[in-house]
Design a protein. Structure first.
Length: 432
């Protein structure tokens, strides 16, 4: 009789043992597939976290121009960047804020208000910051400063006359989103018309002592870099460039490229990866733990099934002796046991896939959780990574099936070495 057919008959006759073997395989395959799915979900969530959070690198160097900053932003590891050009400016047609505390030995606040002017005064009273992406400024990204109306400055505003103003300045001049302001350079030679596209609220209180108008937080404006350079006469330099990269591993590559582009003398290169560590490293640990689970379960499953098959071989010594006495080949006897175990492994893989498809998502959310951006680093929740997506892929099922068949082969061949040493006469004599 063909040994494959004998394997099928043996499984049918020994239903209880077949069910026990199926249960063992089902547990092993479910844990294996769960480990693979958790690894894949962790990898996807890590990639999402890298895009949403990333690592901020601040580059400072004397004489850094907007053109050089744009070349830094075009480097390979950088996927988002911001430059900041600070200039002083005056107001035309609206009134800047002034300190409520009298200047020591100077004029009263009311007289200073008149000097700042309702229309043409206030030379240099405004602190204008030319930015490419206001969302990357620390006060905005950490959530201490927030947009209360409209929006911030984005890379799409390059070349446009727009501005984001502080809430106190807007309240004093009854300004809203959509209003137009005229800002003049400190030397009165250039004027720029800007449209208010956003209003922000800075929690910083006014100084308790007298301070010049441009140092009051309410007199801060954010505009595109081109507007700031125009107000600064075109000679304004970039105070710093903040570059966002995917991971801390890319910082060394970016540092080398920045030194090549800007030179190493006087270059300040600071990496802020706290938000990345707080959000991404826990995901990486879960992925590593899932990988460890796969190896441990594969090894434990091989050992357990090997012991089960070994016990079955010992219990079926008489059957093996009869078959050997009838001239059956020893390798066919080992093949019969391998087929019996493999025939149980394949339905166990299908049942494991069904179980993981039903409960994998909830398990992944429990282990990986919902990460909403760099909140744990002290930053306000941003566009987060969202809940982990756990889905059963055919490739993962195929990997589990391959491991299960490998376990079947190892767990039968190793104990089957004892079959090679059996002799029909000794086996039949021992069993009588």
């Amino acid at each position: 009789m063909n040994f494959v057919k004998r394997a099928g008959m043996s499984l049918g006759v020994r239903r209880s043992r077949t069910a026990a073997l199926l249960a063992i395989f089902l547990v092993v395959c479910t844990l294996l597939l769960g480990g693979f799915l958790l690894q894949a979900a962790a990898a996807r969530q890590e990639a999402d976290a890298q895009r949403a959070i990333g690592v901020d690198v601040t580059v400072r160097k004397e004489g850094l121009s907007p053109a050089l900053a744009d070349r830094l932003g075009a480097l390979g590891p950088v996927h988002r960047y911001n430059t900041e050009v600070p200039v002083r400016a005056g107001a035309r047609g609206f009134t800047p804020l002034v300190s409520r505390v009298p200047e020591p030995g100077g004029a009263s606040p009311e007289h200073e208000q008149e000097h700042e002017g309702d229309g043409d005064g206030g030379k240099g009273a405004l602190s204008v910051h030319g930015v490419r992406d206001s969302g990357m400024l620390l006060p905005f990204s950490y959530g201490s400063t927030r947009i209360t109306a409209g929006r911030g400055i984005s890379s799409g505003d390059t070349g446009r006359g727009v501005a984001v103003i502080e809430q106190r300045l807007a309240d004093q001049n009854h300004l809203e989103v959509g209003d137009t302001l005229r800002v003049r350079s400190a030397d009165d030679e250039r004027t720029a018309a800007v449209t208010v596209v956003g209003v922000f609220q800075d929690p910083t209180q006014d100084p308790a002592t007298w301070a010049p108008a441009h140092r009051l937080p309410g007199n801060t404006l954010y505009v595109p870099v081109d507007i700031a350079r125009k107000l600064g006469g075109g000679a304004a330099t970039v105070s710093e460039a903040v570059l966002r990269i995917g991971s801390p591993d890319q910082a060394r590559q970016l540092h080398a490229a920045a030194e090549k582009l800007l030179g190493g003398d006087g270059l300040e290169f600071r990496v802020n990866d706290k938000a990345y560590r707080d959000q991404v490293q826990p995901i990486q640990r879960v992925g590593a733990f899932a990988g460890l689970i796969v190896w441990v379960i594969a090894l434990a499953g091989t050992l357990i099934l090997g012991l089960v098959v070994m016990l079955q071989i010992r219990e079926r010594r008489f059957e093996l002796g009869v078959l050997l006495a009838m001239g059956e080949k020893k390798w066919k006897l080992i093949g019969q046991h391998a087929v019996e175990v493999a025939a149980v492994a394949l339905p166990a893989v299908a049942l494991a896939a069904l179980a993981c498809s039903l409960g994998g998502q909830s398990t992944g959310e429990a282990l990986l959780g919902h990460r909403s951006g760099p909140a744990s680093a002290g930053r306000a929740p941003q566009a987060g990574t969202g809940p982990p997506t756990v889905r059963v892929e055919p490739a993962d099922v195929g990997r589990v099936a391959g491991i299960a068949l490998g376990i079947s082969l190892v767990s039968t061949v190793v104990p089957g070495i004892g079959i090679l040493r059996l002799h029909p006469r000794s086996v039949l004599t021992d069993t009588e």
